[in-house]
Design a protein around this ligand. Sequence first.
Ligand SMILES: Nc1ncnc2c1ncn2[C@@H]1O[C@H](COP(=O)(O)OP(=O)(O)OP(=O)(O)O)[C@@H](O)[C@H]1O
Ligand SMILES: [Mg+2]
Length: 425
Amino acid sequence: MRFEQPLFQLTRRRLLAGFLGVLAGVLVVFAAGISLFFEHALRERFDRQLVDFAHTAVASVDIEGGRFDFRSTPRPSDTAAADTLVQWFDWRGSPLRTLGAAGPGELTDGPPEAGRFQNWAGGWRSWCEAVYEPRSGNLVGYLRVVRPLGAIEENRRQLLWVLAAAIPAALLLSAAGGWWLTDLVIQPVEDTFRRLEQFTGDAGHELRSPLTAIMTNSAVALKYPEGMRPGDKQKFLLIEDASRQLLNLVQELLMLARSSNSGGQDARPVALAELTRASMAEFTPRAASQGLTLDYREAADGSNLWVRGKAEQLRCVLVNLLENAFKFTPPGGTITVSLARQEKRAWLTVADTGIGIAPADLPYIFDRFWQADRARRNRDGSGLGLAIARSIVEAHGGTISVESAPDRGSHFAVRLPLASTASRT
Ligand SMILES: Nc1ncnc2c1ncn2[C@@H]1O[C@H](COP(=O)(O)OP(=O)(O)OP(=O)(O)O)[C@@H](O)[C@H]1O
Ligand SMILES: [Mg+2]
């Protein structure tokens, strides 16, 4: 099955989301550019038409004795669109005549300003020309042409609608293409990752037998120390201890290699309460011998909390958290395990009153082979326990988090998605 590992599913979704986010940004900037350019072109054309119309109107008006003679002047509807308004003013700027569409109310109030475009309330725009008598060159008056900008607005709105529909369509198509592309990108990475996991698993498996042989042989030798030279017993003890540590490490590496696979087809319904109670029973004698109080709190509906996955792996999560709590809590302390439901998730917590974790260390505790200095000095372990726990929890679709303060204790919380009732059978 492809991308069954949550890490790769998450990477793929992030890659796609990032790609679509960038594309959406580019498309919006592109659309804004088109819209601005389109509006600018429309305005330029509008102004050119306004000036052309004014020139035609000036050329067609008769001048008699230094004044306009309107007797043979054509109506603007003969020469231009019906929404055009034409106004004539005498040389003092007093209105003489208005023809054409009803324009904005205040137009008649304003004095004509020759050679200028003017915008008026209600979305009107005008161009004014001064008219001179051809022979004397004396000012006869002014002609103002006014048209509504509505057509530009309408065209711009239409363009925006087209763009508003085109952008989501482009994103939808890109999402389909992007999905296929992420497939191409992630598949080789996942294959490599899988091969690496396989290698770790195989190497771990192969190492287990010789290590066990070394351990058993040194244990046998230590059982009969009579023939040994005085210093040899110490050496055998060291060999046994080192091989035990190595075997633990190999076992943890094996678990880590398998942890990112929560079972797929092999996943089974797991009753969390049962699993937790069994682990608690294992740790109870140890709590007594270490002088610790071990508490278990189960919510009333605890027995109904089922998750889908591998019981052995989920048990490993709890055991790793408990191992840590036992390792890092001095005698007299308390370890509390609780199981409850939180909406559609099971909520498993392990809290202790131990040495706690420094705030600066908190971001690293789930990293592989990471151990706080204080822990490294006094206790054994390889620093893989929490990395394994997180990998298993995430492979099961859950999350693991921690709250901790030095010398006050730590509180680990695991949230796992609950299995639907149908999938428990
Ligand atoms: N309950 C806890 N209280 C204080 N420190 C903790 C606790 N749990 C984890 N830590 C810190 O986080 C580190 C990493 O924990 P992790 O379980 O991964 O490794 P480990 O316990 O040192 O080794 P391993 O689990 O492989 O035997 C520990 O070394 C310790 O410094
Ligand atoms: Mg540990």
